[in-house]
Design a protein around this ligand. Structure first.
Ligand SMILES: Cc1cc2nc3c(=O)[nH]c(=O)nc-3n(C[C@H](O)[C@H](O)[C@H](O)COP(=O)(O)O)c2cc1C
Length: 368
């Protein structure tokens, strides 16, 4: 094969012929979404405290970027947060545990933003049980600023390979109030094996893999039209989607070169991990899950402050039959009897990561 026609492995782990790329590359390689990241710029750009707090809340981490929140403004000082039941992840999150964690992340960022603007947002979680709102918040003047607020705009889930650089004991000590941290090499290796084995199970189980593939937004047009889910943008992704090399149908075929190269990419990045952070809980009620989400948001803001990257890797924590073995392994390794491992994240030094897409606040307000 000559150099021009050699198959090239691209950033996303897919393969494409250099000849196919041709001029298409130059046209689309630099395109970014036009509107999908605007909520990051608009955060705080409102006059009413509830809008201000909510504009930061919606930048929170949440599973598959489903953004499963609906907000109702009640009276002139209250917010009711509702779960958007059209945005659940039935295959990988059958009990809605991770969705609740994402809503907890939302609430924590709302409270932090509220405090930073001089208001306390008094929360009542599931005040009417699970059929009512996820939480109500009453905003009252008078609150202490929490410095973690300052990192909301910089926070990311960094889904790339991390540097081969250890986390120091001093850093572990700083993180201890926020999470448990794994740095011992044997234990890191054991967690790594579980995260990889669990990823393989998710990928070869048709209904769980399809759930992700259905949420893929291929290229900037799709991302701007639906700023949620798994967005595949950036130079090479644009080329592959615009030339039809990367498609939803192709991604479902586990025999395809694209699928196999994608798996190699995940193998690389999951293994380029020097440490893990994780959260466990004694109970596993929806209220406990909201509390875990609040903790995860704080952890992710703290790692941001410390210049560290964090990437949730949830596959082994998921509650569907094919995952039972890995679920047991990760619990045997990290949890005490009766506890639930609620969140597990890769921890280390990753590259700069762009903001992920968001629906604007206006799209999430039930009543203006
Ligand atoms: C409960 C929960 C589970 C998550 N699980 C995963 C995961 O397994 N793999 C992954 O790449 N990201 C995972 N994420 C991260 C989300 O994909 C991410 O928060 C979302 O895409 C928004 O991106 P951002 O956090 O960079 O703003 C998870 C996030 C939450 C809150």
């Amino acid at each position: 094969m000559n150099r021009r026609n050699t198959l090239k492995i691209l950033g996303g782990g897919f393969i494409v012929s250099a000849a196919v790329l041709g001029g298409a590359g130059a046209m689309v390689a630099t395109r970014n979404p036009k509107t999908a990241r605007l909520p990051w710029e608009k955060a705080g750009g409102y006059t009413e405290i509830r809008h201000i707090a909510l504009s930061y809340a919606l930048l929170a981490a949440n599973p598959h970027n489903r953004q499963p929140w609906i907000v109702e403004l009640v009276g002139n000082d209250t917010v009711h947060l509702w779960k958007d039941k059209t945005r659940l992840l039935h295959a990988t999150d059958p009990y809605g545990r991770q969705i609740n964690i994402g809503l907890g992340c939302f609430l924590e960022q709302m409270v932090l933003a509220s405090k930073a603007h001089g208001y306390d947002a008094a929360l009542d979680v599931f005040p009417n049980g699970e059929d009512g709102p996820v939480a109500t918040a009453v905003f009252n003047k008078g609150a202490m600023r929490d410095p973690l607020f300052d990192y909301i705009l910089e926070r990311r889930s960094c889904k790339k390979s991390y540097e081969d650089r250890p986390i120091s004991l001093e850093q572990v000590a700083k993180l201890t109030p926020y999470a448990d941290v794994v740095i011992e090499s044997n234990k890191v290796a054991a967690v790594k094996k579980i995260t990889w084995d669990a990823h393989v199970i998710e990928a070869i189980t048709p209904r769980t893999w399809k759930e992700s593939v259905d949420l893929m937004r291929l290229g900037v047009k799709e991302v701007d039209a639906n700023p949620d889910g798994i967005s595949l943008t950036g130079g090479l992704m644009e080329i592959m989607t615009s030339t039809g090399i990367l498609t939803r149908e192709g991604s479902l075929d586990t025999q395809s070169t694209g699928f196999k190269e994608g798996m190699k990419m995940f193998h690389r990045l999951l293994h380029a991990t020097p440490a893990y952070a994780y959260l466990t809980s004694k109970g596993n009620t929806p209220k406990d899950q909201i509390a875990v989400g609040r903790q995860w948001a704080r952890l992710n803001l703290k790692t941001t402050e410390m210049g560290l990257s964090l990437h949730p890797v949830s596959q082994a924590l998921q509650e569907y039959p094919e995952m039972d073995g890995q679920y047991r392994h990760i619990h045997d390794l990290l949890a005490k009897p009766g506890e639930t491992v609620q969140m597990l994240g890769r921890l280390g030094y990753g590259p700069e990561t762009p903001q992920s897409p968001r629906w604007p606040l206006e799209a999430k307000l039930k009543n203006g």
